[in-house]
Write a protein that binds this ligand. Structure first.
Ligand SMILES: CC(=O)N[C@H]1[C@@H](OP(=O)(O)OP(=O)(O)OC[C@H]2O[C@@H](n3ccc(=O)[nH]c3=O)[C@H](O)[C@@H]2O)O[C@H](CO)[C@@H](O)[C@@H]1O[C@H](C)C(=O)N[C@@H](C)C(=O)N[C@H](CCC(=O)O)C(=O)O
Ligand SMILES: Nc1ncnc2c1ncn2[C@@H]1O[C@H](COP(=O)(O)OP(=O)(O)OP(=O)(O)O)[C@@H](O)[C@H]1O
Ligand SMILES: N[C@H](CCC[C@H](N)C(=O)O)C(=O)O
Ligand SMILES: [Mg+2]
Length: 487
């Protein structure tokens, strides 16, 4: 077992009380998980303050308390460590506890509002095909080669993250591709990790419930690039106007990819159909299975990472052209009655606009587009009216519905969305609170060759209401409804 002083090696310690030579059984930031001999790190959160649970951790026989403020009474036989930032200390301690797994493989982080899951999934598949053992940390699932483990967050907490990386190292992984969310940056979930590279996909409106302003949201993403080491690469989407800001203070070597600018990695869309994308990537033509202009960015980003990691460019392109997307991303089916049903994880205004623009590009004029969309509860409320407006602008018929209401009233969320519907669009808009009924309504309205988009939940297999996750799968419901209606 490692001693406390060993795992504190990279932590900026302000003061200590008690011995530093105690063996550490485990690290946790949740008093409810404390067992004898563990280190409890008190973290200030959104709902609660871990410092209020130090007493509970002591009762549960924690050996060490790490905190930003000493409690008024200190217990005998327990070590107290005062730090400036518990979140940062937690990350550094977790890295040391698991013996620095991020240094033992090439860890690449992808950040941005949209495209993270798609990019890391493509990269995982690409490097598997190139013959490596590869780890994946994503919204949809975590993976070691083909072994799938459930994922609860886009970026796991620091302890889980290092534990997973250590498992990857043990399994012989040489690479890991992970999503780095803005929440993770603010909460220091990746503190202490050593990245070999970072990718910026884009930044648009999301998560303002948490970050409060767009400027703060940008800062959170930029922090990731500020922290990259000198020998890492920072790969930036140059078509996003915030791209250059991201790397203003980075020590990493900066590289750009773009569709609209002449930069090191560039692509041009030759054709975009339901069969896939026909692209020109750095002067070479390829046909890919992924659909939609936004996926040209994800494919180009993955190509650039491959090249920056010194893989053969032609081989990288050949593999990329054979890959399919992540689950629930432009996942489409054509029913017996020739209705196209698309399930997509578009849960931000930008994503919804992109996916609908793609549908507009690939449809022919007599195919109607019917969009079903909702917005999550206890999440950014400002995006609700904007998403309803986008859905109306780019669809022939819109059905507003529920998407993970969590602890909010579903009807109130729906009313927030309705505020975005312009009077001229009232006629084309319906509100159906029950998501299953909403999908059924769309299927009933659809005629042969029409297109139904079910947006917002993608791969999710549940509907979260008041802390309970009820089984719900857009794709299954859509299939089942087509079958029941004989369409
Ligand atoms: C808003 C947010 O990010 N919340 C995360 C945060 O929780 P929190 O700040 O609310 O924690 P809290 O409940 O206030 O508690 C503060 C501290 O007291 C401790 N505590 C609390 C109660 C107790 O009895 N004992 C105790 O010790 C807690 O363990 C915690 O350390 O820290 C927790 C532990 O790491 C996370 O599980 C939790 O994620 C919640 C569940 C969540 O929904 N997060 C979402 C918004 C999220 O992180 N999303 C991003 C991005 C999504 C994307 O766009 O892809 C993600 O990376 O998944
Ligand atoms: N590069 C991109 N630019 C803009 N929109 C995209 C891009 N890639 C995917 N999208 C859209 O965003 C949706 C979410 O994509 P993806 O899951 O890859 O993003 P993400 O960044 O992982 O999202 P999350 O923040 O929820 O983890 C897709 O279903 C698609 O509609
Ligand atoms: N990772 C995103 C996913 C949102 C998906 C959508 N279905 C919702 O529940 O709002 C979040 O937690 O904000
Ligand atoms: Mg994701």
């Amino acid at each position: 077992m490692q001693l406390l002083q060993t795992i504190l090696k990279d932590v900026k310690v302000l003061e200590t009380k008690g011995s530093l030579e105690v063996p550490v059984a485990a690290i946790t930031f949740d008093s409810r998980q404390v067992k004898q001999g563990v280190v409890f790190v008190a973290v200030r959160g959104v709902q609660a303050d871990g410092h209020d649970f130090i007493g509970k951790a002591v009762e549960a026989e924690a050996a060490v308390i790490v905190c930003e403020q000493f409690p008024e009474e200190v217990a005998q036989g327990i070590t107290y460590v005062l730090v400036k930032d518990s979140g940062e200390a937690l990350g550094n301690m977790a890295s040391a506890f698991y013996d620095y797994p991020s240094k033992k493989l090439k860890l690449i982080g992808v950040t941005g509002t949209n495209g993270k899951t798609t990019s890391v999934t493509l990269l995982h598949k690409l490097f598997r095909e190139l013959g490596y053992h590869v780890g994946l940390l994503s919204t949809v699932q975590n993976q070691i080669d083909e072994d799938i483990m459930p994922s609860t967050h886009t970026t796991p907490d620091a302890v889980k993250l290092n534990e997973l990386l250590a498992q990857m190292v043990k399994a012989g992984c040489t690479h890991c591709f992970m999503e780095v969310s803005s929440h993770a940056m603010v909460q220091q979930r990746v503190a202490g990790l050593v990245f070999a590279g970072g990718v910026f996909t884009n930044i648009t409106h999301d998560h303002l419930d948490y970050h409060k302003t767009f400027e703060e949201y940008i800062k959170a993403k930029k922090l990731f690039f500020d922290q990259l080491p000198k020998n890492a690469f920072a790969l930036i989407n140059a078509d996003d106007k915030r791209g250059p800001v991201m790397v203003q203070n980075t020590k990493a070597s900066v590289h750009y990819f773009a569709l609209r600018k002449v930069v090191e990695f560039k692509a041009r869309i030759i054709d975009n159909t339901l069969q896939g994308l026909h692209l020109e990537v750095n002067e070479i033509e390829i046909w890919c299975k992924l659909i939609g202009a936004f996926n040209a960015y994800n494919l180009l980003g993955a190509y650039a990472v491959g090249v920056l990691m010194e893989e053969d460019p032609m081989e990288v392109l050949t593999v990329l052209s054979s890959l399919s997307s992540a689950a629930g991303r432009f996942d489409y089916t054509i029913s017996d009655g020739l209705i196209t049903g698309i399930v997509d994880y578009a849960h931000t205004p930008d994503a919804l606009e992109n996916v609908l623009n793609t549908i507009q590009e690939i449809r022919d004029p007599n195919q109607k587009v019917i969009t079903i969309v909702g917005c999550g509860g206890n999440r950014d409320a400002a995006k609700r009216s904007v998403m309803a407006d986008i859905a109306c602008r780019l669809s022939d018929k819109v059905i507003l519905t529920s998407d993970n209401p969590r602890f909010e009233e579903p009807q109130a969320i729906l009313e927030d969305m309705q505020k975005g519907v312009k009077p001229l669009d009232y006629k084309k808009t319906l509100s159906v609170l029950d998501r299953k009924e909403a999908i059924k309504t769309a299927c009933m309205l659809a005629e042969t060759r029409d297109i139904i988009l079910v947006a917002g939940k993608g791969h999710e297999t549940y509907q979260e209401v008041k802390g309970v996750k009820y089984p719900f799968d857009d794709k299954l419901v859509l299939h089942e409804t087509f079958r029941q209606l004989g369409k």
